[in-house]
Design a protein around this ligand. Structure first.
Ligand code: ATP
Ligand code: MG
Ligand code: MG
Length: 347
């Protein structure tokens, strides 16, 4: 079988490797981390920096297609690889998704509506932006934020100096959205341009980290899913996207507000392993390998996914009849660290 290269060694890479193996592919992970949990399921692992040209050349030669499992990777080596081996999704998707300003501008051009926003590169920019957007607002680093890291809420003008001190520039100020719910749209687009969509999960965050994804979503989400899905598919088409694309939305009185996108499989799609006929991981592998995409229908009447974070107990899930436990094989259970998840399917 062919060999799929995966950039990144986290749990998403780990689950991609499992899906790839089921379809008869080898996987080769390239990750700098000492603790690569993807190594546990991949066929082989190169532990090295992404900027080492010798390593990259060997990686390109060893792989028939390359994908990535996180977006906070420098795009330069990914572009270098794309000149030598097919890389899906294409580096342009990565370039846009890893820069909140590029991402919002891009989505606005396609008719999407993000929160009111302004680039912030100095304390005076921040004051001008707060003047225009109002409080409360959220200051986010333009790049490299995840799980709420690199962002802070500004409740009043007095909090602006401390926020600038904490975040600095380049940053983006976003108006605070008073949403009723959060949800995400996951679509997969194949090499031939065919797209499939998953039902939208209702996502609940705690401390800016995803806690649960639940389906079917309440009516407040269901009524906005069509507009949000249309935007997600438009984004995928515009990028010539191949693979799974995740877009996060806020459900508001005025319709879906675009939060951000991830050019990869997504935590809010983990429920699809047991809760959909074809998982997001399998559909991503199918897409990048040029295979037909699989059925995304729910396998039960109700599906929920709960993240196991830090010291969250997991033993009880083993005694539940409807629960499917996933542990990522990470060492230390630090606060805020995603250690695994439990999916419950009620048939
Ligand atoms: P991820 O791990 O999803 O990539 P991230 O660090 O990129 O996280 P965001 O998705 O920007 O963070 O924000 C994390 C959470 O903070 C959101 O899911 C939402 O609950 C809240 N949040 C972010 N932006 C806004 C906003 N403009 N208005 C209200 N809440 C927000
Ligand atoms: Mg993000
Ligand atoms: Mg997010």
């Amino acid at each position: 079988g062919a060999t799929i290269g995966i950039l990144g060694g986290g749990q998403l890479g780990r689950m991609l490797a499992v899906a790839a193996a089921q379809l008869g592919y080898r996987t080769h992970v390239l990750a700098p981390d000492r603790e690569s949990v993807a190594a546990q399921t991949a066929s082989s692992l190169t532990r090295a920096d992404y900027h080492n040209k010798v390593v990259l050349a060997d990686f390109a030669a060893a792989c028939d297609v390359v994908t990535y499992e996180f977006e906070n990777i420098d795009v330069t080596p990914v572009e270098w690889l794309a000149e030598r081996v097919p890389v899906h999704p294409a580096p342009r998707a990565l370039r846009i998704a890893q820069d909140r300003i590029a991402e919002k501008s891009f989505v606005e051009k396609l008719g999407g509506r993000p929160a009111p926003w302004a680039p912030v590169d100095s304390p005076s920019d921040l004051l001008a932006a707060l003047e225009r957007i109002g409080c409360p607002a959220i200051l986010k680093t333009t790049r490299f934020g995840y799980d709420g890291k690199g962002q802070t809420v500004i409740r009043n003008l007095g909090e602006a100096p401390a926020a600038w001190e904490a975040i600095g520039g380049p940053a983006v100020l976003e108006g605070f959205i008073h949403f009723s719910h959060e949800f995400s749209i996951l679509v997969a687009r194949g090499l031939d341009g065919t797209t499939v969509r998953y039902d939208p999960p209702h996502n609940v965050h705690r401390d800016a980290i995803l806690r649960t994804s639940t389906l079917p979503a309440p009516a407040a989400i269901a009524t906005q899913a069509e507009e949000a899905t249309t935007l997600a598919i438009r984004i995928a088409e515009e990028l010539g996207y191949v693979g799974v694309l995740a877009c996060e939305f806020f459900a508001t009185e005025n319709g879906p507000v675009f939060n951000e996108m991830a050019p990869r499989v997504h935590n809010s799609g983990h429920w699809t392993i047991e809760g959909a006929e074809t998982s997001q991981f399998e559909n991503h592998i199918r897409a990048i390998c040029g295979l037909p995409l699989g059925n995304t229908m729910l396998t039960g009447a109700q599906v929920s996914m709960e993240n196991l974070i830090g010291e969250d107990p997991w033993v009880p899930a083993l005694s539940e009849t409807d629960a499917h436990l996933h542990l990522y094989g990470k060492g230390e259970a630090r606060p805020g660290r995603k250690m695994g998840h439990v999916t419950r399917v009620i048939r």
